[in-house]
Design a protein around this ligand. Structure first.
Ligand code: GAR
Length: 216
């Protein structure tokens, strides 16, 4: 294993979580891994502009340009192999990945989800919909989760979570931005560092006593 893990970040949209990772890298909070590649399934993703501004290589694989799911994933896998990627971070990546893909990278794919899993997760729960559902249910506390990705949507082992209070007058948008600011942008870089540190030290996985560690 290398002494710094090569990271690829998969994105589809604004890329504020990617930005949090870039900022963490610049501040030295993320030092056991380096973002080597950003892959988007959308040409218009602002995340690509953020990556280019940070001098990170980018690639775009639009699903519509592929013959189907298999070619879409094969093209992404080829990019990951060429860049010798150790850890894949899904940061607002809004395309489905099949079992064939997730099985190819056991405990090497992590995702940030904008709720406290197992609430408001799985099929249909993504982006703003998650916060709409949380408000509709009337929960008083929500948050974000970083977890390993396996074949079950949002079903992989939880690495880190952070709770955020729901306010009386919250809209889905106000709740989304507070969950991002107070939870996602903190736990994603902390979890990526934790997983990369375990990988480069040869432990390869997060150990029980590291789980639940407070993000800095
Ligand atoms: C984030 O809130 C992320 O947790 C969510 O999409 C947003 C992407 O924002 N992801 C999911 O809902 C995945 N199920 P960003 O592009 O600004 O990082």
């Amino acid at each position: 294993m290398r002494n710094i893990a090569n990271i690829a970040v998969l994105v589809s949209g604004g890329g504020t979580n990617l930005q949090a990772l870039i900022d963490a890298q610049n501040k030295g909070l993320l030092h056991s891994g380096k973002i080597e590649l950003v892959i988007s399934n959308r040409l218009d993703a602002y995340a690509l502009t953020r990556a280019t501004a940070a001098d990170i290589a980018t690639a775009v694989v639009p699903k519509a340009a592929c013959s189907g799911q298999e070619e879409f994933e094969t093209r992404i896998m080829r990019l990951l192999d060429d860049a010798q990627i150790d850890l894949i971070v899904l940061a607002g990546f809004m395309a489905i990945l099949s079992e064939r893909f997730t099985n190819a990278y056991p405990r090497r794919i992590i995702n940030v989800h904008p709720s406290l899993i197992p609430s408001f997760c799985g099929k249909g729960f993504y982006g703003l919909h998650v916060h709409e559902a949380a408000l509709a249910r009337g929960v008083k506390v929500t948050g974000a989760t970083v977890h390993f990705v396996n074949e079950i949507p949002d079903g992989g082992e939880i690495i880190m979570q952070k709770a955020v209070a729901v306010k009386k007058n919250d809209t889905p948008q106000s709740l989304q931005s507070r969950v991002m600011r107070l939870a996602e942008w903190k736990i994603l870089p902390a979890a990526v560092e934790q997983v990369c540190a375990a990988m480069v030290s040869g432990r390869g996985a997060v150990t029980a006593d590291q789980e639940g560690e407070e993000p800095k």
